[in-house]
Design a protein around this ligand. Structure first.
Ligand SMILES: [Mg+2]
Length: 396
């Protein structure tokens, strides 16, 4: 039987802010999204006040005055995330970074190396992340990823309710049935709203109900996903921990303007900024992209896009800026008022050492070096410490 661990950082963005400013500890703290739009992370005291995830900032600050609101700093959080993931690699090479604050580890067989039980290894992982990085994590231990995810939720809620302060929970053959009986299917990893509705129509309400469904029913109604999920709930790993990161289909960055606008230079500057964010992410994950899309959203929520296929896969904002302006100019209408803009790069693939076309080579190497220098400066001084020169449209 496999032994899989899910490590999930508690209130991750807030924990990162507390590392930089320990005086925040124990206080009601919220981290805000891009442009301070809404709440994206809360400390436990902020949760206790009733601040919800995604609450718009303008509502939160009116309703909850004695709370510290902090503009999110993604590059800060990614750096801490990287350090955590590196630490986790000390326990096993079989690690799948699932999100900025979650990772699955396959620790099957590690009890011999560590000369202790799997549960003790999980406790050790938690202690190492806490003591060496300073971030509190919840850990789920089980025979499949789906059960490990559920176990980590139980560990987290035990900590929150101060019922079990170990921060580690194991789902094993002894307790699995009882837990699945108590777990509504909506709380099982991978079951979205639509699937939940379908299952409810068949009177399937708990994880235990799901686990007992006949294979031919699952095959007919849900296909392979259904069969895999059943196996995972039975403690058979159908979705193994994969250390090869999944390549996303596309990477997009969009944001609302501070105020609605028709101003060409404001929109172009925003697009420039998004191009930089998208490309930083591509480079971070060692990816390139071949399709470029510019997106504008109007005041009345109409979405206008314009895209092109690029001749070469790119990962540098300097290679796409002029193309973005061109795409933008083709769809921009001065009479329209816009609320947001974005840049999307799709047809993403892992970077290959690309064959450079002879004439283009020199220009592209220059772009790449510029991007690399930019990344280094931001790594040192923080994201946004360097910006591309502002564009001014000539008044006519
Ligand atoms: Mg988390």
């Amino acid at each position: 039987m496999a032994k899989i661990v899910l490590v999930d950082c508690n209130n991750f963005f807030v924990s990162c802010e507390e590392l930089f400013d320990p005086s925040l500890k124990g206080k009601a703290v919220c981290v805000l999204s891009n442009n301070d739009g809404c709440v994206i992370a809360r400390s436990n005291p902020a949760k206790d006040l009733g601040i919800t995830m995604g609450m718009p900032y303008f509502i939160a600050k009116k309703k909850f005055k004695n709370v510290t609101y902090i503009s999110g700093n993604i590059s800060r959080y990614s750096q801490i995330s990287k350090r955590i993931m590196q630490k986790l690699c000390d326990f096993t090479p079989e690690i799948e970074v699932y999100s900025i604050d979650e990772a699955f580890l396959d620790i099957t067989g590690c009890e011999r190396v560590h000369k202790t039980s799997y549960f003790e290894i999980a406790k050790k992982i938690r202690a190492v992340i806490k003591n060496e990085i300073g971030v509190d994590v919840s850990i789920g231990l089980a025979a499949s990823k789906t059960l490990a995810k559920l176990a980590s939720e139980i560990a987290k809620s035990g900590l929150r309710k101060k019922l079990d302060l170990s921060g580690v929970f194991e789902i094993n053959t002894q307790n699995v049935n009882e837990i699945l009986q108590k777990t509504p299917i909506s709380e099982i990893w991978g079951i979205g709203r639509n699937l939940e509705r379908t299952l409810r129509r068949h009177n399937i309400r708990s994880g235990a109900d799901f686990q007992t469904l006949p294979d031919d029913f699952l095959k007919r109604n849900l296909g392979k996903i259904g069969l895999d999920l059943k196996a995972e709930l039975l403690g058979i790993s159908a979705n193994p921990v994969s250390s090869e990161p999944q390549v996303p289909k596309s990477i997009s960055k969009t944001a609302s303007f501070r105020e609605f606008t028709s101003d060409k230079s404001i929109i172009k500057n925003a697009l420039n900024y998004h191009a930089h964010r998208v490309c930083t992410k591509l480079r971070y994950f060692n990816l390139t992209a071949k399709m470029l899309t510019v997106m504008l959203r109007t005041k009345d929520f109409r979405v206008i896009t314009n895209k092109i296929m690029l001749e070469e896969p790119v990962d540098s904002e300097f290679e796409i800026n002029q193309k973005i302006y061109k795409l933008f100019d083709e769809i921009y209408v001065p009479e329209i008022i816009y609320r947001s803009a974005g840049v999307i790069l799709s047809k993403v693939e892992r970077r290959k050492e690309a064959q450079l076309c002879l004439f283009e080579a020199e220009k592209r190497i220059k772009s790449k070096n510029l991007s690399k220098a930019w990344d280094n400066i931001e790594r040192k001084y923080g994201f946004g410490s360097l910006k591309m020169g502002a564009i001014r449209e000539k008044e006519e």
